[in-house]
Design a protein around this ligand. Structure first.
Ligand code: DLL
Length: 429
């Protein structure tokens, strides 16, 4: 473990540390951020009135629009002279949300990532190829700093240039690959096209994140690369990667609870749910200086697992993200997460892990089309086999989603590949 004292801290000690840091954070934003002072005053919360972790529930939520309304720097809690780095969300609509880091924030960030990369198997002996984009996106810089901290040799490849990635991976004997799961899948495809075999590369671990992936996708990544694949989670508003990450037992992502307090709420009512119940993840940052966030609504749907992991870490874990409440599709009144479709498709034979969901309106009625690539184009020659496959996918989707979907089987390599976060849904409504 990178930081055994923290990672195996007893519950009462962790809660005492959290309370101390929560009080300090509330005090900091109350005194330095006019937005928070007003919010807290309106809710009748003063920093002195935070006496236990339960008092967290008296604090109003913060949402993405609060950041947008104060774009770019309005929620910063320190003067600009103390900010040493700026990142922003990868949001595709409207203005990005901007995050500023103090020197201490960068230290806290790399500490959190160091813990998760070690939990995922990486050590100072590894050669880590970072195939996230370097830029305003936090993925590359975050993993870079954490891996460097544990002493790995970093190859800052960035994303794209896939054939070169494979060449470098072979020549420099990369042992760790860092990317989105969808890009890692595409890289495996390019590797096969180049005639490079698993035995030609030295890869041992894949550290994947920044987008969702199912267990079926993990199985594909592990078999195509011959690696142990783990995932980690974060978001730019909170810090970037480093909020949580899986250990090699793959039993959920260990949350860095000395820096982030997690809660799960009912997304409709805001009610706080018990451990084990599924809902929206809400995070309060308790060590950040640049832009601390109180009860930030992530929109990500998961549940919290309090039981101690076989690895010995005592931190609460979060289950795989099921989806974002805002990418949940409502089709003819039925809630559909792209991850449910992925788990159906990836369990089927003859299907490649590349797919897209197209939602349209047929008159007043919503229609869902699932477009999925065949693994091998020879199947296209047999109409009866194709029809049987289509029928069985449709049937399985019906069972899992409770919805009739059209299935379109396409030739291999026709769906656009992603170098970052994959675009799975095309909503034409
Ligand atoms: O994606 C930070 C990150 C980079 C995390 C690299 C891990 C690795 P944003 O671009 O702000 O930040 O996007 C945040 O991505 O709210 C989730 O919806 C999604 N996301 C991130 N990690 C996971 C994951 C980075 N492991 C948004 N599983 C979050 C599912 C994830 N979704």
């Amino acid at each position: 473990m990178w930081n055994k004292a923290i990672e195996t801290m007893r519950r009462p000690d962790m809660e005492a540390l959290q309370l101390e840091r929560l009080k300090a954070t509330v005090g900091r934003v109350y005194n330095n951020v006019p937005f928070y002072r007003k919010r807290l005053d309106d809710a009748g919360v003063t920093p002195e009135s935070i006496k236990s972790l339960k008092d967290l529930q008296r604090i109003p939520f913060t949402v993405k629009n609060d950041l947008r309304d104060h774009y770019p720097f309005g929620l910063f809690a320190v003067p600009m002279k103390d900010i040493v780095r700026i990142h922003a969300s990868s949001g595709t609509t409207g203005k990005p949300t901007t995050v500023g880091y103090t020197r201490a924030d960068l230290e806290m960030w790399s500490e959190c990532v160091a813990r998760l990369v070690m939990a995922a198997g990486a050590t100072g002996d590894d050669v880590a190829q970072i195939a996230f984009g370097y830029g305003l996106f936090t993925g590359a810089f975050g993993l870079h700093a954490g891996l460097e901290k544990v002493g790995a040799a970093i190859i800052p490849m960035s994303s794209g240039n896939t054939e070169k990635q494979i060449m470098i991976m072979q020549d420099y004997k990369s042992t760790v690959l860092v990317s989105t799961p969808s890009y890692a899948l595409y890289m495996a495809e390019v590797m096969a096209e180049m005639g490079v075999k698993q035995s030609d590369i030295a890869l041992k671990y894949g550290l994947f994140g920044a987008e969702g992936s199912t267990e079926e996708m993990r199985a594909q990544l592990e078999s195509r690369w011959g690696i142990i694949a783990t995932e980690n989670y974060g978001m730019s508003e909170l810090v970037g990667p480093g909020v949580s990450g899986e250990c090699i037992h793959k039993t959920g992502m260990h949350i860095n609870e000395d820096c982030f307090i997690p809660e799960i709420i009912n997304p409709e009512t805001g009610e706080v749910l018990e451990y084990g119940e599924k809902g929206e993840l809400v995070i309060t940052t308790i060590l950040k200086e640049g832009i601390p966030l109180l009860r930030y609504r992530t929109k990500d749907i998961t549940r919290l697992i309090p039981e101690v992991c076989p690895c010995g870490r005592t931190s609460i874990r979060m289950e795989k993200i099921q989806g974002r409440s805002d990418d949940m599709l409502i089709i003819r009144g039925v809630n559909v997460f792209p991850s449910q479709v992925e788990s159906v498709l990836l369990g089927m034979p003859h299907i490649s892990p590349h797919y897209q969901l197209e939602v349209s309106k047929n008159g007043f009625v919503d229609a869902l089309k699932v477009i999925v690539e065949l693994e091998d184009s020879s199947l296209l020659e047999s109409f009866s086999q194709l029809e049987a496959l289509e029928k069985s996918i449709r049937h399985k989707l019906q069972v899992v989603l409770g919805l009739d979907a059209r299935v379109q089987l396409t030739e291999p390599k026709t769906i656009e590949r992603s170098m970052g976060k994959a675009k799975r849904v095309i909503d034409l409504r």
